[in-house]
Design a protein around this ligand. Structure first.
Ligand code: FAD
Length: 399
């Protein structure tokens, strides 16, 4: 009969995989399992927090995938039986597959920062997993309720984590809101790293747009937050400095999502090692793990990479079912960030498996970052490229 492709997780990797599979291989029977009926993207969530986009702008439904012939099941996958090729759902159903694409995203490591658990996140939001948008709106509301002159504190994790430039775009969008509405306020960004993605470009933009508003504290100046007091809204660092703030955005350390851990696919790092050509799990060939849950070598955990690698994973799965070799792989990434609503910067990387097929490497001289300097037209254009990217990738996934 028809070959069955099962996709678990309807976010950047999973929705991309399901849509691509139906477009490219109409003979496949494709089922997508995703608990939520509406998907709120993390990309552009920072603009919602800054008040320059609305929640409706970043919310997508699954009717487009249904119209393509994908069977969409709104449920949680609770167990994977790799040997029997079956996935159990919370609602009781069991789905059989010939190939599984797993893109469940990340789990937040509750307790990795002492005192930061699910209850604390109701006072100190993370807004780092899509969920139903409640965390994003909570952070937005807290900023709206904060008096002018208040301090917004951020705790930023070490590598690797979801969306390397994301925390710094968030700082920028919060700064934009404060500049417009609460100009005496400050941002204190406490970082567990000594350097970050597009650092020079971000800091140039902060100096130009938000002079004096943002203090970024690297790990080597005691920036690593190790403990929080949710009731007092205190962020405490490695060497015991206690920062009391009016609003706190805590982005905790992360791992692959729970289903990947429970299926035994992760290693000690908490992430899923994969074959760099087919994205099959090293622990369970036949299960292709894409998106932020895997260890993608030098590639960032981005929606763009999730989309790009999902297509290679689907093509490899189909090739394998046909007894063919997987297609040659090339992976693309562009991470746009907004420093201001009309001020965009980007980083581009192109990646491929090495000659032995044992690891992923960046293609020499392929990528780069936006030029530095006083280039208002370039920044304005890149903000519009970012908007176009968002529109096209969400169409690729959901339209
Ligand atoms: P997700 O998109 O999170 O999707 C995972 C899905 O799996 C979820 O819908 C979840 O409900 C579902 N799921 C989990 N467990 C189960 C289960 N057991 N059963 C069924 N379903 C399950 N990337 C960019 O490329 N560009 C950007 O500009 C950008 N901006 C960002 C800004 C912020 C603030 C953040 C936090 C991230 C940003 N990213 C950006 C990164 C991007 O959001 C992630 O890289 C991307 O979402 C990863 O895709 P994924 O499929 O792994 O996970």
């Amino acid at each position: 009969g028809q070959a069955r492709l099962l996709v678990v997780g309807g976010g950047f990797g999973g929705a991309s995989a399901a849509a691509f599979a139906r477009r490219r291989y109409p003979e496949l029977a494709v089922t997508l399992v995703e608990p939520k009926t509406r998907f709120v993207t993390c990309p552009y969530g920072n603009l919602v927090i800054g008040g320059v986009r609305q929640m409706g702008d970043i919310t997508h439904g699954y009717d487009g995938l249904r119209a393509k012939g994908v069977r969409v099941v709104h449920d949680w996958a609770t167990g994977i039986d790799a040997a029997a090729k079956r996935v159990r759902l919370q609602g009781g159903e069991t789905l059989e597959y010939d190939r599984l694409i797993l893109s469940p995203g990340i789990a937040l490591r509750w307790g990795a920062i002492e005192g930061y658990d699910e209850a604390a996140a109701e006072r100190l939001p993370h807004a780092w997993v899509p969920g139903d948008g409640a965390q994003t709106l909570l952070l937005r509301r807290q900023l709206e309720e904060m008096p002018d002159g208040g301090v917004v504190g951020l705790a930023i994790p070490g590598n690797p984590f979801r969306c390397p430039p994301g925390p710094y775009e968030r700082i920028s969008m919060i700064a934009g809101y404060l500049k417009r509405h609460k100009p005496r306020s400050k941002i204190l960004a406490l970082d567990a790293k000594d350097a970050f993605s597009k650092q020079g470009l971000f800091q140039d933009g902060w100096n130009a747009l938000y002079p004096g508003m943002i203090e970024w504290v690297p790990a080597n100046r005691d920036g690593r937050v190790t403990r929080v007091d949710a009731a007092e809204r205190v962020l405490e660092t490695e060497f015991g400095t206690r920062h009391k703030v009016e609003v706190a955005n805590v982005i905790p350390p992360q791992s692959a999502a729970r289903i990947a851990i429970e299926a035994g696919l992760t290693d000690q790092s908490g992430w899923v090692p994969v074959n760099p050509v087919t994205f099959e799990s090293r622990a369970a060939p036949g299960i292709h793990v894409v998106g932020d849950a895997n260890i993608p070598g030098p590639m960032p955990k981005s929606g763009y990479i999730a989309n790009s690698t999902a297509k290679q994973a689907v093509a490899s799965a189909v090739a394998s079912l046909r007894g063919e070799a997987p297609p040659q792989a090339l992976y693309y990434n562009t991470c746009y960030s907004h420093v201001g609503e009309d001020y965009g910067i980007s980083i581009v990387g192109i990646f491929r498996p090495n000659a032995e097929g044992t690891a992923i490497v960046e293609v020499p001289n392929s990528g780069g970052v936006s030029p530095r300097g006083d280039l208002p037209e370039q920044r304005r254009l890149e903000a519009t490229y970012a908007d176009s990217w968002y529109e096209s990738i969400t169409k690729d996934m959901f339209a």
